[in-house]
Design a protein. Structure first.
Ligand SMILES: NC(=O)c1ccc[n+]([C@@H]2O[C@H](COP(=O)([O-])OP(=O)(O)OC[C@H]3O[C@@H](n4cnc5c(N)ncnc54)[C@H](OP(=O)(O)O)[C@@H]3O)[C@@H](O)[C@H]2O)c1
Length: 229
């Protein structure tokens, strides 16, 4: 690690989080979140200054242990997430709990644990939300509700912590070409054609822009969608 600013990215092993890691690698030292230590180590080896940060985010004790030696953090990007889909008659209590555990509770708890480190750096929290955090559609119940909750959480965090120098940005992407989107298309019974969706790098570019925004400005929310052609 160098003396550059430090960024922790959850969900950095795949999809949008991985693209965010690539986009910040030129300016930040990185902690790469995910669950597969080996995959994270090989990803870290290809970046200028990055370390694996392997933790099951829904395991409260593991989470507390994993942040114990972080005393200063400039950027925290929450990208890890799951989508449990289905009509309300079919989604189970477990689907709701798993959605809230990862998409909301783990974000809230990780941020809480890291608040002293974020305040020390007057840091920036970026939450990868979704179009589903703005408009809830049929068969997207647990996912949309968890993302609405995540948006509310971000608004409260911003209001409480802006006086302490923190910035908080919710990013709401539309469909993006990742493993999650492939699973969504499987659920919908349609083909998965990655070229039809935004590239994760395009979402990462707006995350990087929010982080790079001069300190006289604070980007609250970004909505980014594929063009309707
Ligand atoms: N793709 C889209 O169309 C789309 C659209 C709007 C918003 N989003 C949001 O964007 C974010 C990233 O999605 P994505 O499409 O990049 O998903 P993805 O390709 O499925 O990647 C999910 C990431 O989350 C990590 N993760 C999952 N469960 C975890 C757990 N319990 N503990 C620790 N890490 C865990 C995975 O790590 P492992 O390597 O350990 O599995 C992986 O790195 C999500 O919050 C999603 O809701 C996605």
């Amino acid at each position: 690690m160098t003396d550059r600013p430090l960024a922790l990215i959850t969900g950095a092993s795949k999809g949008i989080g991985r693209a965010v890691a690539d986009s910040l690698a030129g300016t930040h030292d990185l902690l790469l979140g995910g669950r597969d230590e080996e995959a994270l180590a090989s990803l870290a080896a290809g970046l200028p200054s990055a370390r694996p940060w392997a933790v099951e985010l829904t395991d409260e004790r593991a989470l507390a242990a994993a942040v114990a030696d972080i005393d200063r953090l400039d950027v925290l990007v929450h990208s890890a997430g799951i989508s449990r889909l289905g009509p309300l008659t079919e989604v189970t209590a477990a689907d709701w709990r798993e959605s809230y555990e990862l998409n909301v509770v783990a974000v809230v708890e990780l941020t809480r644990l890291l608040l002293p480190a974020l305040r020390a750096a007057e840091g920036h929290v970026v939450l990868i939300n979704s179009g589903s955090g703005i408009k809830a559609n049929p068969k997207w119940g647990p996912y949309a509700a968890s993302k609405f909750a995540l948006r509310a959480y971000a608004d409260v965090l911003r209001a409480e912590e802006e006086p302490n120098g923190l910035r908080v940005t919710s990013v709401h992407p539309g469909r993006t070409a990742t493993g999650m989107q492939k699973a969504v298309r499987d659920f919908e019974g349609g083909d998965y054609v990655p070229e039809k969706y935004m590239r994760p790098e395009s979402v990462a570019a707006v995350v990087k822009a929010a982080v790079d925004t001069p300190r006289d400005a604070h980007v609250h929310e970004i909505v980014i969608r594929q063009p309707n052609r």
